[in-house]
Ligand binder design. Structure first.
Ligand SMILES: Nc1ncnc2c1ncn2[C@@H]1O[C@H](COP(=O)(O)OP(=O)(O)OP(=O)(O)O)[C@@H](O)[C@H]1O
Length: 538
């Protein structure tokens, strides 16, 4: 992945937080980003994770990415395992594999007993374990960790160190920020310091030419090497003789740190030999499954995964849409729009009323319902959880999934409303002189409801983030917008509803092909516009 001249500022005239960044992130590399508070580290990580777009410059070649935010919100209405399965599916895993990996990572972080605990009831540290697990279960090619160790207990911190080493040994790039300078000290292949809005490279990759040092060490019987070894050394061991010394080779620059890590390991390793190799003896970086983590981990843990998936975009978007619908369902925020919809239908529709009149009325109520549900789906997720999802599928697709979730719920309710109207209304004209054909009326009623749902979805999308950020304004604009669109000439919803209601006077059924086509075009255009904005503004 490459950043060229990348810059980022918040708002059109905000001060530049980052400017003129050139950065290459090679595979199989651990990258540390350092900097003072407010230097722009989290901003840079969000650019790398693809959650925010650079205001200027370019980011190219982003691989499959997962992200652990600085602060993970527990306010999601799922159990730990339930949330992880949803995220696994968003990352393209089948449900059973997502469930297996969720369990595996919760177990590794010592949180298996909390698998069925609601996120809202988890302690801060356990919540952070879930945040880390959602990123690791995806086995991403780029792992972005924003102070991911914060709040973890010692065992979980060591486990995360090990997981990071495994990802790097598996060929991935891991970029991390941590205020503890001892975090993965010496293990980072490259270290960058953010200061004065730009990056300063502090350490060059360990694979550079230069003098090499070979360390021979023996450990207690069956002891594993420390999970993270400074300098990413190559590890050679005699598998036929486990008691024989392990040979570790790294650059001279990292040899002191490596010696220190071995001597201070628990239990400590005994150094039996030390030799310097010629500078041109370039030691290759460890192959997947043969690096320090592989040497330290049990054999079964190091086998390359069979099912590594990038997940086709459509499947990921569908999984994210399902997650957003589940989120809406469990949050109970659907209750207010549903009650209003039912109340308005209950007030306006009676058994035995002329069918087309009632169908028009029922379809019209779908418009504000759809606008409200779409707005809810776009705004319901806490920002950190939204960023995690946006990293997995891209912010534009993540936004589309919200729109689809809201529209899907509105369509389902609209169809149910239309069905009830069909069951209780009389298929007759308003003056009760002409019979109305049932099937064409049902088709027309359904299509008008779809037309209203699409128009409402467009209103909802235009009245929420990323177009309108302020909650108060957004709610008022949604209600006003829905009302205006219902009464304004030229609106596809008004044309469709009017066609149905005026047809009721003569008993003629008009199928609203043109309004429906216009509504589809408007909804797609608004979805494309707001998704593009979501990608630009985050
Ligand atoms: N959403 C936002 N809107 C406006 N300004 C922002 C936003 N996010 C960050 N900033 C500003 O960007 C600058 C860099 O913030 P950032 O969070 O990237 O720093 P950081 O290096 O991660 O800080 P810390 O070490 O405290 O976490 C700060 O001045 C901050 O106020």
């Amino acid at each position: 992945m490459i950043l060229r001249g990348a810059g980022r500022r918040y708002g059109l005239r905000g001060p530049w937080v980052l400017r003129g960044l050139d950065l290459e992130l090679p595979a199989r590399t651990l990258v540390r980003i350092e900097g003072a508070n407010g230097a722009g580290k989290s901003t840079l990580l969000r650019l790398l994770a693809g959650i925010d777009a650079p205001t200027e410059g370019s980011v190219t070649g982003r691989p499959r990415t997962a992200y652990v935010p600085e602060r993970f919100p527990p306010a999601l209405p799922f159990t730990a395992a339930g949330y992880l399965v949803h995220m696994g599916r968003v990352h393209g895993l089948p449900a059973d594999e997502a469930a297996a990996r969720a369990q595996e990572w919760l177990t590794r972080f010592g949180a298996a007993e909390h698998a069925r605990t609601p996120l809202a009831e988890l302690s801060k540290g356990t919540s952070q374990k879930v945040a880390v697990a959602q990123a690791l279960l995806a086995e991403p090619d780029l792992l972005v960790l924003d102070e991911a160790w914060t709040g973890l207990d010692t065992a979980a911190r060591d486990e995360l160190d090990l997981a990071v080493a495994e990802r790097v040994a598996d060929g991935a790039t891991v970029v991390f920020v941590d205020h503890d300078p001892r975090r993965l000290a010496g293990a980072a292949g490259v270290s960058h310091r953010l200061a004065g809005r730009t990056l300063h490279t502090a350490v060059t990759p360990a694979a550079d030419h230069g003098p090499r040092v070979r360390i021979e060490a023996t450990g207690p019987p069956s002891a594993a090497l420390p999970p993270v070894l400074p300098g990413a050394p190559t590890v050679e061991r005699d598998t036929a003789n486990p008691a024989a010394a392990v040979r570790l080779t790294t650059t001279a620059a990292h040899s002191d740190a490596l010696l220190g890590a071995l001597l201070t390991a628990r239990p400590p390793w005994h150094i039996t030999g030390l030799s310097q190799l010629p500078g041109d003896d370039v030691v290759p970086l460890p192959a997947p499954g043969a690096g320090p983590a592989a040497a330290a981990a049990p054999a079964g843990d190091t086998a390359p995964r069979q099912a590594r998936r990038s997940g086709p975009p459509l499947r990921a978007t569908a999984a994210l849409t399902r997650y957003r619908i589940a989120l809406l369902g469990r949050s109970q925020r659907w209750l207010a729009p549903l009650l209003l919809y039912v109340a308005v239908l209950g007030v306006g529709i009676r058994a035995g009323q002329p069918l087309l009149d009632s169908l028009g009325y029922a379809a019209a109520t779908v418009l504000p319902l759809s606008a409200w549900l779409v707005r809810l789906c776009v705004t319901q997720e806490p920002p950190a959880a939204r960023n995690v999802a946006a990293c997995a599928v891209g912010p534009a697709r993540a936004h589309c999934a919200s729109l689809l979730a809201g529209l899907g719920c509105a369509l389902a309710l609209g169809c149910a409303g239309t069905g009830i109207v069909l069951l209780i209304s009389e298929p007759i004209s308003t003056d009760r002189t002409v019979a109305v054909p049932l099937l064409p009326a049902a088709l027309a009623g359904l299509l008008v409801a779809v037309c209203c749902a699409l128009t409402g979805a467009a209103v909802g999308a235009l009245c929420a983030r990323p177009v309108l950020h302020r909650h108060g304004w957004s709610l008022a604009a949604t209600l006003l917008g829905a009302l205006l669109v219902l009464v304004t000439d030229g609106s596809p919803a008004k044309a469709a509803v009017t066609g149905l209601v005026s047809g009721s006077l003569t008993g003629a059924v008009r199928i609203p092909f043109l309004p429906l086509a216009v509504a589809v075009v408007v909804a797609v255009a608004v979805a494309a516009l707001t998704s593009r904005l979501a990608a630009l503004r985050g």
